[in-house]
Design a protein around this ligand. Structure first.
Ligand SMILES: CC(C)(COP(=O)(O)OP(=O)(O)OC[C@H]1O[C@@H](n2cnc3c(N)ncnc32)[C@H](O)[C@@H]1O)[C@@H](O)C(=O)NCCC(=O)NCCS
Ligand SMILES: Nc1ncnc2c1ncn2[C@@H]1O[C@H](COP(=O)(O)OP(=O)(O)OP(=O)(O)O)[C@@H](O)[C@H]1O
Length: 238
């Protein structure tokens, strides 16, 4: 199985690119969605976060007030690290479960959309790595427009992540999203071609089909081996 890493900065356009992959039939694991699930009321992640941050971050219905928690962690690096530490095991096992389900379904190429792919050191599990890049001014403008946030809030969120210029240097493929959506789609077509080319042997053996073939080969090997050995034994007795 080929596990493609898709990352970038906040509001750089990862979800827009994810949607293009989905519309071409390629399944996407969305880490933000997994992170949302592990913070739902009464889950393990919820209990850990509620215990560490107190009732102040809860709404009256008991769910986490995401806007409030966001304000706290994006303006305080220590609190952000604490939140990351508490949720990381739940997020990574949630992502692993989703990959396993897609593997069982026999998917050959999947995309992991993970904003913190490098920060969380999950990049070693993905190849190729796609970074959706924009310059900081456009990123800031799009983020403020999408979330209706203040400039200070938006800058805090951008600064909470590894610089996009550094992420760009770690990429196998860079998508430059400073232009129009049409320009993005043009670049995407080339990326799609690269990502869907035939699997390497390693990727093949890591796919469900490869594992199945390996199992069949082992069974055939054992059966043949027994027959040859049995025949050899009979001959030496005669
Ligand atoms: C702080 C929370 C509650 C704020 O929720 P909110 O609904 O406002 O934002 P949302 O979850 O949609 O995230 C929006 C974007 O913020 C960025 N972001 C989220 N968490 C972090 C983080 N810990 N550090 C840096 N950037 C982050 C990502 O680019 C993400 O796409 C939420 O982001 C959260 O639980 N974060 C911790 C979990 C995490 O690490 N998520 C990233 C998935 S790898
Ligand atoms: N090429 C583009 N031209 C204009 N607007 C764009 C372009 N690409 C993305 N956008 C817009 O910019 C905003 C951010 O894009 P998107 O939500 O895809 O980013 P993201 O990287 O997934 O963000 P997050 O990290 O918060 O999940 C959205 O409102 C989206 O519609």
């Amino acid at each position: 199985m080929r596990i493609v890493g898709l990352t970038g900065g906040i509001a750089s356009g990862k979800s827009t690119v994810s949607n293009l992959f989905k519309s071409h039939g390629i399944p996407v694991v969305d880490a933000d969605r997994v992170a949302r699930d592990v913070l739902k009321k009464d889950t393990g992640g919820y209990k850990k976060v509620a215990a560490a941050f107190g009732d102040d971050i809860l709404q009256v219905n008991g769910e986490v007030d995401r806007a409030k928690l966001g304000q706290i962690v994006f303006s305080d690096p220590a609190k952000r690290q604490l939140l990351n530490r508490l949720l990381a095991p739940y997020i990574s096992s949630g992502i692993f479960c989703k990959i396993l389900k897609l593997w069982l379904r026999g998917c050959k190429v999947i995309v992991l959309d993970i904003p913190l792919l490098f920060e969380a050191k999950m990049d070693k599990w993905t190849k190729p790595i796609i970074v959706v890049w924009v310059d900081t001014e456009i990123q800031l403008r799009r983020l403020m427009a999408r979330d209706g946030s203040s400039e200070e809030d938006a800058r805090n969120r951008i600064n909470a992540q590894m610089a996009l210029d550094l992420k760009r240097t770690k990429a196998d493929i860079v998508i430059d999203n400073t232009g129009s959506l049409e320009e993005l789609e043009r670049q995407f077509q080339k990326v799609l071609f690269q990502v869907t080319r035939p699997l390497t042997w390693t990727e093949f053996w890591l796919s469900r089909q490869g594992a199945f073939m390996a199992l069949i080969s082992i069974i055939i090997g054992v059966v043949l081996g027994k027959k040859v050995y049995g025949h050899h034994n009979q001959e030496s007795q005669n």
